[in-house]
Design a protein. Sequence first.
Length: 201
Amino acid sequence: MNAPLTAEQQFLIERADRQALVVRSLKAVLPEHALLWNNEDTTPYECDGLTAYRQRPLVVVLPETYAQVQAVLKTCHALNVPVVARGAGTGLSGGAMPHKLGVTLSLAKFNKILKLDPLSRTAVVQGGVRNLAISEAAAPHGLYYAPDPSSTTSSRSRVSRLKAMKLSLAATRWMPQATTCSASSSAAKACWPSRLKSPSN
């Protein structure tokens, strides 16, 4: 007679079944190279800049278009799978901490500075752009971007911590551009441009 499964063994079996279902479903909406699920591929995503806490995600997706982001959200919503968004993975608050039975949605490929206006001192950027990259792009105009001391983290990290950073936002006059994308609607942009400063400010 076989010994009963331990709770850990049962969890691993259920996790493997769930992973297979999620991967199969996401393969229908994403190209093969945009989908990671093997341990060696998902390990780099088990934490962000806060390395004290780690959790390997069930699946990692790397969409390249807003349409793909929406397709991922629709698929995960239908399967009741949690989704955690991740920018450049350099945040220091654990905002990109994966869910052990969820999908990590990497925005690393959304790394373009869409517009930089030195006259109004604003920049419109995608979620995977590092803050340091904004400062580098603004430097020829004698400007820099300084939301807080963690200046290399991505703009996605800033959006995730917006509510917790009200005081520092008021001090630096910084606001993000956000593009919202849900499982039930098309991508919609709400633009509060990132504020650039000059060294003399």
